[in-house]
Design a protein. Structure first.
Lengths: 403, 218
């Protein structure tokens, strides 16, 4: 017994010593496989209307509760997101990466959703080159979802425009991209992609309208619909016609300003029941007038149609975001406006209009920790809700751990 | 008379040119670094391992910039006790860090010139990374001596201004399988430049490829 303890003691001491005795001039090799994680927990004080995720009329990710006398505000502590990312360097300079997310309130359970699983290969450098990517992915249109694990970078909740892009679209396909910097310093980029799985795209907007949050749609996920027991699939392919999309960028060599244009058409076959045909365009402008200031402006306009029932809708949304960043702290304010217009006048109108203001303050503490506060004021009128339109404001505090 | 004046002016100008001519550093050790299979090795650092002679500080702090999501330069040798600046000239944020035993530090999300300089006060390799862009990688090699140089594309180097004497000179490369002590050579420095050749066995590299394109742009 004592011999065993002595051996264990020696091993512990040797291990401790060896960890101290590093090679002074040695370079740690890049690991061919890497794992990262993101945990986000929140204290939320939301408006009275239950959230759309609870089949209520609320337009934010977290809402109030139902009582005998109606709706009331609720304060709750929630697990907002657990994301796991794995990446690998494969032969032939191919990069593989995948991400799964647990979002209990969105999924209604703890089942992980596959957000992304891609293989990517690039040729060239930052000035000029091209790349190919294939797998399960979202579209590249969001100007806000550029943070770790595709979270919004500037606020806790993305604008309604980008919230919808990330919650409702997940395709399995491939895309090619080309970028080039001209002699005069213009940076050009063109991306073209095709993917299956978008046959229900647009249904959420027509039946629910615009909402704000930070949901990431997964290929194996589905989303709640207000006042309905059924859920809508994020990935749904019925007509075997791939969606097509493109993303064009034009900017200066210092990235002071860049203009972006995107278009997507899911090419849904209207001769088949239950398939939505949705197409939209988006234009965005990113400005960096000062190293500490980011300005984002984005507009989206599109149409979602379905053979039956009569829920054809046009939709549009726009936002402007101003963000100031200094030494790990970020203060952002965003104004947005959104609209859905019922095109075919069915008994259950899909029309709505609204606007919102979001203010957020994020503090990054070291490599691992972030604390954030966000206040949302939203004014939304959805015709079908009658007097039950969501109440206008709520706040949330987020603690995020990044591994 | 005029001719005499012109002559005086010409002589004075020549004297002034000689007096203000900047001092040209004299080569002390020159040579090349190759791999064991005979290929030229660029970006190898040749330096005096011992003794560690001191030299006047160059004054200005060196920088490791961030341009197009790349550390520039990717390799920066410095003498111990040097402050290094880390400006970020991308329009996106970087979060520079190092977990290396020779220097553990981080510069939280920033752009422009906001980050304070970092003091490298311990000899060794400091591997740099970005918490946002996992493929970004750089090295600061902190050396015990100011007498170092980096090989060019052809693997050639020149070490200048070493006082006469006997030195242990070594070559380091990020992929070298040899420790500097194992690659070291004793070199006698005199008035004439001494020729030295290093041969390093290198391991195969498969660094993480940089990501470009619109998906990683803001």
């Amino acid at each position: 017994m004592s011999t065993a303890i002595t051996r264990i003691g020696c091993l512990v001491i040797c291990g401790a010593l060896s960890s101290q005795a590093y090679g002074q001039y040695e370079v740690d090799a890049d690991k061919p496989v890497w794992l990262r994680a993101l945990l986000d927990v929140r204290l939320v004080h939301a408006g009275p209307a239950p959230s759309w995720t609870d089949r209520g009329p609320g337009k934010t990710r977290y809402g109030g509760s139902v009582t005998d006398s109606g709706f009331q505000r609720a304060t709750r502590f929630v697990l907002s997101q657990l994301a796991l990312e794995v990446g690998a360097n494969l032969p032939w300079d191919i990069r593989a990466q995948a991400q799964v997310n647990v979002q209990p309130d969105i999924a209604d359970n703890y089942r992980p959703w596959l957000i992304e699983a891609i293989l990517r290969r690039e040729w060239g450098d930052a000035d000029q080159g091209w790349g190919l990517q294939a797998g399960v992915m979202n579209t590249p249109f969001s100007l806000e979802n550029t943070g770790p694990a595709w979270t919004p970078e500037f606020t806790i909740s993305a604008a309604a425009l980008n919230s919808w892009l990330w919650e409702d679209i997940s395709v399995a396909g491939a895309e090619g991209e080309w970028w080039h910097t001209s002699r005069s310093g213009l940076r050009l980029g063109a991306l073209v992609g095709a993917g299956y799985g978008g046959d229900q795209m647009g249904r959420l907007l027509a039946l629910r309208g615009w909402a704000m949050g930070d949901t990431l749609g997964g290929i194996n996920g589905d989303l709640a619909l207000p006042a309905r027991q059924e859920r809508t699939d994020i990935f749904n392919e019925r007509d075997q016609r791939p969606a097509l999309y493109t993303w064009l960028t034009l900017g200066d060599e210092h990235d002071i300003a860049s203009l972006k244009f995107g278009f997507m058409d899911n090419r849904g076959n209207q001769n088949e029941a239950g398939i939505w045909h949705t197409h939209f365009s988006t234009v965005g402008l990113v400005l960096h007038p000062h190293p500490r200031i980011d300005v984002l402006v984005q507009y989206l306009d599109g149409v979602a149609k379905v053979h039956a029932p009569p829920n054809d809708s046009s939709m549009s949304a726009a936002y402007v975001l101003l963000s100031h960043h200094h030494q790990g702290q970020r203060l952002s304010i965003r104004y947005e406006t959104f609209r859905v217009h019922d095109l075919d006048g069915g008994p259950a109108s899909t029309s709505e209009h609204g606007n919102a203001v979001t203010a957020s303050y994020l503090v990054q503490m070291g490599l691992r920790h972030r604390i954030a506060f966000e206040y949302i004021w939203m004014n939304s009128h959805r015709l079908i809700n009658g007097p039950l339109n969501p109440t206008p404001d709520g706040w949330q505090m987020s603690y995020r751990f990044r591994y | 008379m005029y001719r005499h004046n012109y002559l005086c002016i010409a002589l004075l100008a020549a004297a002034a040119l000689i007096l203000v001519r900047p001092a040209v550093a004299e080569p002390s050790i020159a040579g090349a670094v190759t791999s064991t299979d005979g290929k030229s090795v660029a970006d190898a650092v040749v330096f005096v391992l011992a003794p560690a002679p001191t030299a006047a500080s160059h004054g200005a702090s060196p920088i490791v910039d961030q341009i197009d999501k790349t550390f520039v330069p990717g390799l920066l040798p410095v003498v111990v006790g040097t402050w290094v600046h880390f400006p970020n000239h991308d329009q996106i944020h970087h979060h520079v860090y190092s977990f290396s035993p020779a220097k553990t530090f981080e510069l939280p999300l920033y752009k422009g010139e906001d980050a304070p300089p970092v003091l490298f006060d311990k000899v060794g390799v400091v591997k740099l990374g970005c918490n946002i862009h996992d493929w970004m990688s750089g090295i600061i090699l902190v050396l015990p001596t100011p007498y170092f140089t980096v090989t060019d594309h052809d693997g050639r180097f020149v070490l200048r201004d070493l006082p006469a004497g006997t030195y242990t000179v070594s070559a380091w490369h990020a992929l070298s399988k040899l420790k500097p002590e194992e690659a070291a050579q004793s070199v006698q420095v005199s008035a004439q430049a001494t020729q030295v050749a290093f041969s390093l066995p290198l391991s195969a590299a498969r660094p993480r490829r940089a990501m470009h394109g619109s998906r990683v742009e803001p």
